[in-house]
Write a protein that binds this ligand. Structure first.
Ligand SMILES: [Zn+2]
Length: 280
C-alpha cells in the first residue's frame, strides 16, 4: 500500500459547478492518505449534532485575517466528524462558513487546526495556501501516532461486518444474551456482532455506533482465553451502547467516570483485568 500524501484535490469540477449553480459555494477538500471517500456519521438517520472543535472558530477567524481576506468576516461553525479517513471539508452558506474536520484531530494542537483552516480557507477563496500551513499539516499527518490511529480506525470503522457471532470457541450472541440479562435487565437490543477478520494487536473490542456493531478481536477466540475475559470485553462494549457518545470509534472513545464505575460491576473485573495485563 502506498502512502500518497495529501492529494489536495478539491471536489470534481462537475460537482463543483452543480453546487455553484445552486448558489452553494462548497468545497470538499480531502486531505488524505488513500481512503477513497469518507463516511458521514449520519447514515440515513436524522441529522446529528457534532462535537465542536475547541478553539476552532477563533482559529479560523485568525487565519481568515492572516490570509488577508477582506469583507464582512463570516461566522464560523467548526465541528468534528467521524470521517473514515483524514478528511476535512468546508462550505459557505450565506454569512456562515461550516467546516468539518476529521475527529482524528481531536487532540491536535492549535497550530494544526490553524494550518487546516489556512488550507481550507485558501481553497474556498481561491487563494494560494501559505507554505507554512501545508508544511505543518504534512508533518503532523505523518507523525506515527496519527498514522497508527488512522489504521486502527480503518479496521474498526466504516466496515459493516456480517453478523457472525459464533466463533471457534465462543459464541458472542450467547455471551451477549447472558450479560444482557445479568447486568442490563435485557434492555440492550442486539447489535451486529462478530469477530474481527484479523487478529488485532492493540485493541480487544470495538463498538461502532454509526454501524451499531460490536466487533471483538479474533485473538480472544482461543482456548487459552478464559470465558470471563471475553465476557468482560463484550460487557465493556455493551456499556458503550448504554452510554452513547457523539463519536465513538474504538480508539477515540472516552470513558466517563460513570462508565468506569459501572465497568467495575462486572463480577470478574479484577481477574479479567489481570489476565489481560499478562496477555499484552
Ligand atoms: Zn471503551
Amino acid at each position: 500500500m502506498t502512502v500518497s500524501f495529501p492529494s489536495l484535490s478539491g471536489a470534481t469540477s462537475a460537482a463543483r459547478a452543480t453546487r455553484e449553480a445552486a448558489g452553494d459555494t462548497s468545497n470538499q477538500l480531502n486531505l488524505r492518505f488513500d481512503e477513497p471517500h469518507f463516511l458521514s456519521s449520519g447514515h440515513g438517520g436524522k441529522a446529528r449534532r457534532h462535537a465542536p472543535v475547541p478553539g476552532g472558530a477563533p482559529a479560523f477567524q485568525r487565519v481568515f485575517t492572516r490570509l488577508g481576506l477582506t469583507g464582512r468576516p463570516p461566522e464560523f461553525v467548526i465541528e468534528f466528524r467521524p470521517y473514515a479517513g483524514l478528511a476535512h471539508s468546508i462550505r459557505r452558506r450565506e454569512g456562515t462558513i461550516f467546516a468539518a474536520l476529521s475527529d482524528l484531530l481531536q487532540d491536535a494542537p492549535v497550530n494544526i487546526i490553524e494550518a487546516i483552516a489556512g488550507i481550507l480557507l485558501a481553497r474556498l477563496y481561491r487563494r494560494r495556501t501559505p507554505r507554512k500551513f501545508l508544511r505543518d499539516y504534512r508533518e503532523y499527518a505523518h507523525e506515527s501516532h496519527v498514522r497508527q490511529r488512522l489504521m486502527t480506525m480503518r479496521r474498526g470503522r466504516g466496515k459493516r461486518i456480517a453478523h457472525h457471532p459464533q466463533g471457534k470457541f465462543y459464541d458472542l450472541a450467547e455471551i451477549f444474551e447472558k450479560l444482557n440479562r445479568q447486568y442490563f435487565e435485557s434492555g440492550i437490543s442486539l447489535p451486529r456482532l462478530g469477530w474481527s477478520a484479523k487478529r488485532w494487536r492493540s485493541m480487544l473490542g470495538c463498538y461502532d455506533a454509526a454501524l451499531d456493531q460490536i466487533v471483538i478481536s479474533k485473538d480472544l477466540d482461543r482456548k487459552k482465553v478464559p470465558r470471563f475475559v471475553v465476557e468482560y470485553i463484550v460487557y465493556h462494549e455493551m456499556l458503550h451502547i448504554k452510554h452513547p457518545q457523539r463519536s465513538v470509534n474504538c480508539r477515540l472513545e472516552s470513558h466517563s467516570r460513570k462508565f468506569r464505575e459501572e465497568e467495575k460491576l462486572f463480577k470478574e473485573y479484577g481477574k479479567a483485568a489481570r489476565f489481560l495485563k499478562g496477555l499484552s
